[in-house]
Design a protein around this ligand. Structure first.
Ligand code: ATP
Ligand code: MG
Length: 572
């Protein structure tokens, strides 16, 4: 391709609205342009990167036995009513009506459509398992679209759905997708971790998020420093601490103290001149099993997902003022476990062994100090209820956990029979009996993956594309396009590389070399070949690596072979 003929509208300045590097650089390199909030046009350079990314995804999905389909973007309300999600999906779903006043939505995901397809086309165990996927647009009316393609409203997703006859089959399908995803993100040149995510009522380790590690990631990942345990913060377990109960000889006398209008941990700790970790946080919840009280140490955060899973309840939410008053006899901010009756009290492991603590006094403007378990408070059970932090112990190997930030680029999930039962997607087993299919769903955000790659690999001059998704592998830059000899050498090299199937860009623009070099750096082409005076006078070319900046001089006649060899050996 010749640069002069390509639409690559690079920008010298950072666009004001771009908060993160990938967004800034995708705009500046002319890959994308904004049309409306969270809605973008992809320009030729961006499209090349997206296509390469899609191609790798497609190859690995096919290798794993997936079959590509293309499902409609506009979906009828009836299908969503069948699954029960039309009512519950909420505002992320953009709904519309056709001229006959029938309701539709722009597909935010495709479980309903695929389940409808499979129930009407697959009916025997002999046709299963099956894995169908597509690479297609989704629309989600995100409350806060931001970071460009990272959290867009209209975006490309690879979504796959598996259908199996039984649990074992479903687990095998899941494992295949786990492996395919690992291969995809490795081939894309990304540093990533597959982390365990919460499965809600399904249970088991059957939801993994694939996270690209990057400081700007929205998600916090907990990883073990000793083994390969990794989980998102909702899910990450903490090893049960080995502590003995506090020594009663150390217990001091229980005392009520006035704490006028002091409600938060910080206010109370400051007022009483103690540390947050000396307080017991008392949280009242309402759940499908009735009210529940959870206790965590003042410096810890309750993890509602863990509490809900522990209780095995369908719904759980922080109680409102009325319930709090009914249970504690005091307004919010003064709850404590002493004397609470007729309510289940669960305490976090972190409170075991704690001594002489501060809690609310179940009376307005009153707290109690020197509270001790066993003597003053009886807890029904201790459990792992808080979010893991750096420094906690790994549930697998007891070594230290640490936290890093990540960008969720993929998500694999075992769905079980949620949709197949609701929508009657069944097969006939060997005995001719109808059974619901066991499903799984597997997504990759294509644009988000590209953004994550840039987030992970850039410098102050621009993008440093991983080679597999770089828009071009090589850019040939003649320093002076008016010099006929330079141009001839450049064009010959360009033709030679193109003939070998190398993705090469010839910067034939009549621009200052400095500005051409800047653009080459900005758009992140892995190799830059400069054709200047040295080429004319000494017959050699300057080859520069975008990553690391290493430069070498190569005789003109050897250039094609050297570059070819270099591209076959990916950089370290
Ligand atoms: P998030 O928690 O980030 O909103 P999600 O759980 O809603 O993600 P899934 O429904 O699992 O996402 O979708 C599968 C994949 O689609 C995600 O892993 C992500 O890569 C991508 N994705 C989801 N929402 C967006 C978005 N608004 N913009 C770009 N990509 C997205
Ligand atoms: Mg979402």
């Amino acid at each position: 391709m010749r640069y002069s003929q390509l639409l690559i509208p690079t920008l010298r300045e950072d666009p004001a609205e771009a908060e993160v590097a990938s967004h800034r650089l995708m705009m500046r390199s002319g890959m994308i342009r904004k049309v409306a909030a969270g809605i973008y046009s992809t320009l030729p350079l961006g499209q090349r990167v997206i296509q390469k990314t899609k191609q790798i995804i497609r190859e690995e999905m096919n290798r794993a036995g997936g079959q590509e389909v293309f499902l409609p973007f506009i979906q009828p309300a009836e299908l969503w009513e069948e699954s029960g999600r039309w009512e519950v999906y909420g505002k992320e779903m953009l709904r519309l009506r056709d001229r006959g006043d029938r309701q539709f939505c722009l597909g935010p995901t495709h479980e309903e459509v695929i389940t409808d397809l499979v129930r009407s086309t697959v009916n025997s165990y002999r046709q299963l398992p099956i894995n169908l996927y597509q690479i297609h647009i989704k629309f989600r009316d995100e409350i806060r679209p931001r970071f460009g393609m990272m959290r867009a409203r209209e975006f490309i997703m690879k979504d796959a759905y598996s259908f199996d006859i039984d649990e074992n089959g479903a687990e095998e399908s899941y494992r295949k997708m786990y492996e395919a995803y690992s291969r995809i993100f490795s081939r894309l040149g990304l540093t990533f971790r597959a982390v365990e995510a919460d499965t809600g009522p399904i249970g088991g380790n059957f939801s993994h998020e694939f996270m690209v590690l990057a400081d700007t990631g929205e998600d916090i990942i907990v990883t073990c420093t000793g083994c390969d345990y990794a989980a998102n913060t909702e899910k990450a377990e903490i090893a049960k601490p080995v502590v003995s109960d506090a020594d009663p000889a150390k217990f001091q006398a229980l005392k009520r103290v006035e704490t006028p209008d002091m409600r938060t941990i910080e206010e109370v700790a400051g007022f009483l001149n103690v540390l947050p970790e000396d307080l017991i946080k008392t949280l009242v919840f309402t759940s499908s099993q009735g009210p529940v009280v959870a206790l965590v140490r003042g410096d810890h955060d309750i993890n509602e997902v863990k509490l809900r899973n522990y209780l095995k309840c369908d719904s759980l939410e922080l109680a409102g003022e009325e319930v709090i008053e009914k249970i504690t006899g005091a307004p919010r901010g003064f709850a404590g476990p002493i004397g609470m009756k007729n309510v289940r009290i669960i305490a976090d492991y972190g409170l075991q062994g704690c001594c002489n603590m501060v809690t609310g006094g179940n009376e307005r403007d009153v707290h109690v100090v020197n509270v001790n378990f066993g003597r003053d408070v009886s807890v029904d059970e201790f459990a792992d209820l808080r979010s893991a932090q750096a420094g906690d112990s790994c549930p697998r190997c007891n070594k230290l956990l640490s936290t890093t930030r990540g960008i969720e680029v993929g998500h694999i999930f075992k769905l079980g029979t949620k949709y197949s039962k609701a929508m009657n997607c069944s097969y006939l087993d060997r005995e001719g009996k109808a059974q619901p299919m066991i499903m799984g769903c597997y997504g990759i955000g294509v644009g988000r993956t590209v953004a994550a790659a840039i987030e992970q690999s850039h410098d102050e001059n621009g993008i440093i594309f991983p080679e597999p998704i770089a828009p071009f592998s090589v850019i040939v830059v003649p320093v002076n396009t008016n010099d006929a000899v330079q141009m001839e050498i450049a064009v010959n090299l360009y033709n030679g590389l193109a003939a070998k199937g190398v993705d090469v860009l010839l910067d034939d623009r009549d621009e200052r070399p400095g500005s051409k070099f800047k653009d080459a750096d900005l758009i992140g082409v892995p190799l830059r070949v400069t054709v200047g005076k040295n080429a004319v006078e000494k017959k050699y070319l300057d080859i520069k690596e975008r990553k690391g900046g290493e430069a070498q001089q190569v005789a003109i006649d050897d250039a094609v072979a050297v570059i070819e060899r270099r591209l076959k050996q990916p950089e370290v």
